[in-house]
Design a protein around this ligand. Structure first.
Ligand code: PA5
Length: 445
């Protein structure tokens, strides 16, 4: 089992009777999902994706990744939200947040179009100077402003550097199979395209071409990821909470939420988990935060954040619970050196592996936070491999769907994301938004 939910630290917050009492609601959520009769049921492609994916496209992803690896020093994945968080999370988790700085035989990877920043794009253009570059623009709608602007800039860079013909060989597009500006433009320009399936929303798309092409460029085994997700899909078929850790996680979240624990903090103990936290925040925030409901998803990396947010978690407002990800098998060991003079008084740690120190810090923190009134769950991940991470990604996606149905929301839409876009388009003068513009301008100070 690649993922195990450890609830040993939860007993003073959630009783076994409460879990038994919520089982019927879990069963309803399970039925809604598996019979495809719940809200948002046209976005359930991700549920079977680990086994039911386009094998021909999967092979093309691998071939494109090989071509990219051979032809560039810098690979840029352009996308925002679900169109970049998954790939970045996987690359940083399995390779490193310092991937670009480490020795490797794969290109440096940068992410663009995930913000509106002159500084960011200007820096990226400087990084590209004198380098061979390939880009993958990823947008399901094909109309999102941030990636569209970055694509315009980077396409111009490639066309200037390699000519229109040469650029064509270096531009890869992941978008809708038939509709949208980006698809039409790509077909006209002759770019190689990959598909975001109609029935998979952005935040559930990491195991489609959206995530897989950048991940494969980083030299990560995408078969391993899919196999792990497929194993999780198989493992979580029965809704019985005694047998299903994924559903148990979803159920416990809902029990805690109803007790006023309205913020969940995902805790990692490795810097390589920081972007996984970001992926998880989008998944849960966009899926559950609607209709004036939902747990607010927050995240920390310990022990780093024990020296910042640690104070609040231990002692601030008691509306929090924590879900800690613990990677169990750590092959990279680092014994703390001995110092015969013991000038720093640290010899009680001499020869101790840093993994042991980290584990002890985690145990100490778990006990302290539980004593401080913060419920803690532990997700034990067997190891840092493609298989286990694929398993964990599916675990979180499935739990999110079950949890959202238990909350009574549609976990697969994101109507709230549109509000800022409409205002921004009106204020920027996009054709079709003229009426709203004057009213909005009148409200600005
Ligand atoms: O999860 C989602 O649906 C969103 O975060 C989208 O991925 C994000 O808004 C980007 O959309 P698009 O891929 O259409 O550019």
């Amino acid at each position: 089992m690649s993922v195990r939910l450890n609830t040993n630290y939860l007993s003073s917050f959630v009783s076994s009777e409460e879990l038994a009492n919520i089982q019927p609601q879990v069963n309803v959520a399970h039925e809604l999902l598996t019979s495809r009769t719940g809200a948002g049921n046209d976005f359930l492609g991700w549920t079977t994706l680990p086994v039911d994916y386009d094998k021909e496209e999967f092979a093309r992803i691998k071939a494109a990744a090989e071509k990219i690896k051979k032809s560039c020093d810098v690979f840029i994945a352009i996308g925002i939200g679900g169109s970049y968080l998954g790939s970045r999370a996987v690359i940083e988790f399995l390779k490193s947040p310092l991937y670009n700085n480490l020795p490797k035989d794969t290109p440096d990877i940068y992410f663009a179009g995930n913000t509106i920043s002159a500084v960011a794009i200007d820096e990226l253009l400087k990084i590209c100077e004198g380098k061979d570059v390939c880009i993958n623009v990823i947008s399901k709608s094909g109309t999102t402003t941030e990636p569209a602007v970055a694509f315009r800039v980077l396409r111009a860079l490639l066309e200037k550097k390699y000519g229109v013909e040469g650029a064509r060989e270096r531009i890869f597009v992941t978008t809708d199979k038939a509709k949208g500006t980006l698809k039409h433009f790509s077909d006209e320009a002759g770019y190689e395209t990959f598909v975001v399936p109609d029935d998979v929303g952005g935040r559930f798309s990491v195991l489609t071409a959206v995530g897989l092409l950048p991940i494969a460029v980083a030299g990560i085994d995408i078969d391993g990821l899919m196999n792990g997700a497929a194993a999780a899909m198989e493992a979580y078929k029965c809704p019985d909470l005694a047998q299903n850790d994924c559903y148990k996680y979803a159920a416990i979240r809902n029990i805690l939420y109803r007790k006023g624990k309205t913020t969940e903090i995902l805790v990692g103990y490795e810097l390589y988990a920081a972007m996984l936290n970001e992926w998880w925040k989008q998944l849960y925030g966009e899926s559950e935060g609607k209709d004036q409901r939902g747990i607010f998803p927050a995240s920390v990396i310990f022990s780093t954040d024990l020296h910042s947010l640690g104070q609040y978690i231990q002692d601030g407002m008691r509306n929090l619970f924590e879900t800690v990800i613990s990677v169990e098998n750590n092959p990279v060991v680092f014994p703390i050196p001995d110092d015969p003079a013991n000038i720093d008084g640290l010899n009680f740690l001499s020869d101790m592996d840093l993994n042991q120190v980290k584990k002890t810090a985690m145990q100490a923190t778990l006990l302290a936070h539980v004593d401080g009134g913060v419920p803690n769950m532990l997700i034990e991940l067997a190891d840092r491999t493609e298989f286990s991470l694929g398993y964990l990604l599916y675990f979180f996606e499935l739990a999110c769907a079950i949890s959202g149905y238990m909350l009574g929301v549609n976990p697969f839409n994101q109507p709230g994301v549109e509000a800022y876009k409409k205002n921004m388009f009106a204020l920027l003068g996009k054709p079709g938004y003229e009426d709203a513009r004057a009213a909005l301008e009148a409200r600005l100070g």
